[in-house]
Ligand binder design. Sequence first.
Ligand code: FA5
Length: 340
Amino acid sequence: MEENLTKVLETFTNEIKAAKSLDDLEKLRIKYLGKKGEITDLKKSIAKLPNEEKPAAGKLINKTSKEIEEKLLLKNEEIKKALLEEKVKEEKIDVTAHFDKYESGHLAVINQTMEELESIFQNMGFDVVEGPEVDTVKFVFDDLNSPEDHPARSTSDTFYINEEVLLRPHTSSMQIRVMNEGKLPIKMVSAGRVFRNDEVDATHSPMFHQLECLVVDENVSMANLKATLETFIKEMFGDEMKLRYRPHHFPFTEPSLEVDVTCPICKGEGCPACGNTGWSMELLGGGMVHPNVLEACGIDSEKYTGFAFGLGVDRIAMVKYGLDDIRLLYDNDKRFMEQF
Ligand code: FA5
């Protein structure tokens, strides 16, 4: 019996060494410990032994059986560990591997500029207001003190939808909308698209953007207008930027002015881009709100005064980024857009 068991254990030890999979192990378990397994057979053969040999034989078989079970268990753990390691190796993420980047879009330069402007004015205590691009003749011209024969009213300058409704040619109609709300004092800005039948060139587009600014309160003066403009220009372009005021005429402000800034290309030295003047193109128009406009909105012009201005957002972006042609903002050229 002892000899038999030693042989069985020897063969088993060789076979388990060669086992590679859990399947192999299961086959070995059946071969040795299964119902018709070699150890089971030996156990059954005890019955045929003389009585005095039975206890020793039984003990020996149990010991060998236990040894086989332990070896199967150990090998089982070994194989499982190896399988897990293999799996981890296969699933390892190579963080240095090349992958195709998805291109993500971002705000267009105009919208970035508009947001920057709004944020500058918000920091100066202004409310940001939104209004419609399709507006009425009353708000765009009549209440803004525009004479019946003002050229801007003509169909060759402005896009009409019908006699009373049009695409706003400026954001100044927002002055009327806000003043009509009847809340004083007013300190607001409103930015958005405007439309004009202007011929396209380097500084004109038929659709462009303006930001309107309006302040109405007691004792508002031209000094407040200048201080606001100078603070905003420095916030937008830096301390070096200078302003130039030129007298102008608008029906809705008196006195009125236009503003240019230092040429962004030559920094005021004079160059072909600024026609050797050292000054940028015209950036904005403004002035003291005309008393007729205040009265049209039910505001006592004896008690209240105000200033207003409207600036060209596209031209602000051109100065900020040194662009020599407004069309760059609308061409949708990826090489241009990716730079912002
Ligand atoms: C006006 O539109 C007045 N509403 C501004 C104003 C508001 C004056 C409040 C007084 C009080 P103007 O037509 O000059 O003004 O236009 C204002 C700015 O819009 C210009 O200075 C310029 O920067 C820009 N602009 C005008 N036309 C175009 C265009 N076709 N393309 C691009 N920008 C333009």
